[in-house]
Design a protein around this ligand. Structure first.
Ligand SMILES: Nc1ncnc2c1ncn2[C@@H]1O[C@H](COP(=O)(O)OP(=O)(O)O)[C@@H](O)[C@H]1O
Ligand SMILES: [Mg+2]
Ligand SMILES: [Zn+2]
Length: 501
């Protein structure tokens, strides 16, 4: 007899159905797992054997074959333990086929039979829901799985057990596990407020424009000028998440978590990976094809502090996701892709040591210190930043003064309005306007055009530089409720065309 248990394999955020087939045959004592298991799946045998023996059950002295079907789909991760264990229990007669049939099963087992949380409970629960199944998962994954809406009374629901024994007792009806609570959302109260920022009028305006038009932003300034502080306040002035965006973020978080227990997205993510982060950590992939920082920043902000310190290879890897909003990772047998539509904010110091412009702590290695540092940024990467702004240090008098900056909610309201205008006019944000559409929707009025013509002559604008100015001016005009960008809208866009090195 072959016992069948349903589980899933993850291809990006898609949970693909996998059938775990357990076959017992008389013969030599053996225990094999086939169907493209990776190392962690193969090790499942030892954990399952120990977990069953913790329940007082020995594996039968027979030839045990586990097939993970379809056989050509690579199987990664430790979540196959629980389906294999339940499949063995069915094959051994400890459970009936009817008891397990309505469920998708996922979870890792500890040697003592405890269920260990695994990534991916949310996409697994959504796949179960789609197939009109329930979900059996570790207790710690229950709240996250419940967010899918699977706990609905008409459905087989979610069985989130803390041990194999507990799950078996539930299925047999001897001791029921109560359904999991839905995961709590992250509180909104911890949003950082723009009111905390003193002075920095120009940079505040640049940040608002970046938020309103979806422009990538590069800030250049000495250490302590407030660049990190400003960047971290961007999510707080972006529009609140739509239900669809929330789900997209939660699915990625569910797979990115090492050990389940994800708190579901309420705010736009703000991810600030260190420049020493590995490529796999940054763009995704690695042994288990987890989403990287750029995907965890999906629908939110990716902040790269000290941009020139990032390895060239890492920065190059960002270019494709910036264009397409997704990253595709090559695996042994398949290509998987994660969404990665983030707004990029980067900061840099004026030179490697940071003191190129500081009169007291003046850099001792100018101009080499500056050139070496800035030389690490490639032209194509710099091209991705529509808004580039110099962030001077705030004078002490202003820092100590009592005057607070404008609070985030007021700025967020303007940003939302400007974004709505863009979507209504051209169905995309200004940052994504290019070519024909850009010249059609961002054509300035005559005074603006005159200013542009003058600049194009004196500053030798490249076509790309010209386009960046138009995009940013279009956003400034949207914030001003203007139909066409004026000279007043063009001027800051010209100023933010380049940082002064
Ligand atoms: N404009 C500002 N308003 C209020 N505090 C500031 C400002 N700029 C800097 N600070 C203070 O200085 C600290 C360092 O700022 P930070 O954002 O880390 O600077 P940077 O990233 O430019 O090196 C902040 O934590 C904050 O306390
Ligand atoms: Mg900083
Ligand atoms: Zn220096």
């Amino acid at each position: 007899m072959v016992a069948h248990i349903k589980t899933v394999a993850f291809l990006g955020v898609d949970a693909v159905s996998v059938d775990v087939q357990v076959h017992l045959a008389p013969g030599h004592n053996a225990f094999t797992v086939v169907g493209l298991p990776d190392k962690s799946v193969a090790e499942s045998r030892e954990r399952v054997r120990a977990a069953l023996s913790a329940m007082g059950l020995a594996l039968p002295y027979e030839r045990i074959t586990i097939n993970l079907s379809p056989a050509d789909l690579p199987k990664e991760g430790s979540h196959y333990d629980l389906p294999i264990a339940l499949g063995l229990l069915v094959a051994m007669g400890g459970l009936t086929h009817e008891q397990v049939e309505p469920f998708v099963v996922m979870g890792e087992l500890a040697l003592d039979g405890a269920c260990t949380p695994v990534p991916g409970a949310l996409p697994a629960a959504m796949a179960a829901l789609e197939n009109k199944c329930g979900l059996i998962c570790p207790a710690a994954c229950g709240p996250e799985a419940a967010w899918s809406g699977l706990a609905h009374p008409d459905q087989p629901g979610i069985i989130a057990g803390s041990s194999l024994l507990q799950i078996v007792n539930h299925l047999r009806g001897t001791h029921l596990i109560s359904p999991p609570e839905v995961a709590l959302e992250q509180p909104t109260a911890d949003a950082l407020d723009m009111a905390d920022i003193r002075g920095q009028g120009e940079t505040r305006m640049a940040l608002e424009v970046a938020a309103a038009g979806g422009h990538n932003l590069l800030m250049n300034g000495p250490p302590g000028a407030g660049k990190s502080m400003l960047a971290s306040r961007l999510p707080g002035i972006l529009p609140s998440l739509t239900p669809r965006e929330r789900l997209e973020i939660s699915l990625i978080e569910s797979l990115g978590a090492q050990r389940g227990g994800v708190r579901l997205a309420h705010q736009r993510p703000f991810r600030a990976p260190h420049h020493s982060a590995s490529m796999a950590a940054l763009v995704g992939g690695g042994r288990h094809a987890r989403p990287g920082e750029i995907s965890l920043a999906h629908n939110g902000v990716l902040f790269l502090d000290e941009l020139p310190e990032f390895p060239r290879q890492a920065l190059d890897a960002l270019r494709q996701p910036i264009e397409t909003g997704a990253v595709s990772l090559a695996r042994a047998e398949v290509h998987i892709s994660y969404q990665a539509r983030f707004q990029l904010v980067a900061a840099m110091n004026p030179c490697r040591c940071g003191y190129a412009e500081d009169p007291d702590l003046a850099c001792h290695r100018l101009p080499i210190c500056r050139q070496e540092y800035i030389g690490r940024l490639s032209g194509p990467l710099l091209d991705r930043f529509d808004v580039r702004v110099n962030v001077p240090p705030v004078p002490l008098s202003e820092m100590m003064g009592s005057e607070k900056g404008e609070a985030s909610p007021a700025i967020a309201a303007r940003v939302s309005e400007a974004r709505a205008a863009q979507m209504g006019r051209q169905n995309c944000l200004n940052a994504h306007l290019d070519g024909e559409a850009l010249y059609k929707f961002a054509a300035p009025d005559s005074a603006g055009q005159n200013l542009l013509d003058r600049i194009a002559d004196t500053k030798k604008l490249s076509a790309r530089g010209f386009n960046r100015i138009l995009r940013v001016a279009r956003t400034l005009a949207d914030l001003d409720h203007r139909d066409t960008p004026s000279a007043e809208n063009i001027a800051p866009a010209i100023r933010w065309r380049d940082i002064t090195f």
